[in-house]
Design a protein around this ligand. Sequence first.
Ligand code: ADP
Ligand code: MG
Length: 309
Amino acid sequence: MNEFELIQKYFKKDPLDPFVVIVNGDDAAVFAPRDNVEAVISVDAVVAGRHVPDLCPPDGFAARLIGRSLSDLAAMGATPRYVLLSLSLPAFEPGWVDHFSSRFHQLCVRFGVDLIGGDTTKGPLSAHLTVIGDVPKGRAIGRDGLKAGDDLWLFGPDLGGARAYLAVLNQGEQNQEIWAERYWRPEPQLDSGVALRGVANAMIDISDGLCQDLQHLLDRATKTTAVNLQSRTLPLCEHLVTRFGLDKALEYALTGGDDYCLLASIPPNSRVPPGGTRIGMVVKRDSHRILLDGKPLPDFWKLGWDHDQ
Ligand code: ADP
Ligand code: MG
């Protein structure tokens, strides 16, 4: 099967969205802008051997690709509309591509996006997904705006599961389905993102680890701002504590990454949408920028971001 046959068979889809004017299959796609919105766009890569193991199952590759990319739109409070898939495959192997594309299209339907274009080439297994969405004018939720007095809220299932999955990946452990699910099927928190428009002062999605991503919010706030996290409120993924002990479980939850939860700074007495957990407070900085139960984070934690901690 050559490249053109492969695109035709697996990646040509008629869009469902009525705003698409020229569909996938031309030199470029065309869509009409909606009224009173701003466009939100982002691109993310998934590279085998770097973002996923070298031997990567096709459905997991598809789910991680879409989940990670759409999570960035969720973090802006955007509604996703379209995606463009740039795919590099070691071989045009029908079995793999069949599974990958079925899962991919299934998730497109689930998240309400149309695949309006892309590119396909031979090369090491990797993909870049461009995601396009929109927000009502002026309502995108950025990283700026964290301020003392706010509460810090988490939206999403729980923390640390994806990191735990990687920790036991080659150890043949049984009963870790929930961790595998967190890793291979990240759930972009799109509904929460939309519900947080006009509620959150600042927001980010957790891809690199809660503390590291929180650091990005703190970087945009005044230097006198800090966050105090409360360990007992953190939603730890199932079996983490029994398998690793509380200290390691907290480390995975706060530094592990790949959680794709939303981290939002919300003024007290706001109408917080359902599904959130309040995990800490934004406070005036005394010494460290991030505290856990009022104390500095253990210095052996690999955060790699704050050299004055
Ligand atoms: P061009 O040479 O003009 O870039 P291509 O042959 O690369 O055209 O692609 C033909 C059409 O197929 C384009 O509309 C492109 O957007 C689409 N396409 C190519 N690869 C993919 C893919 N992996 N997923 C979705 N659409 C794709
Ligand atoms: Mg092309």
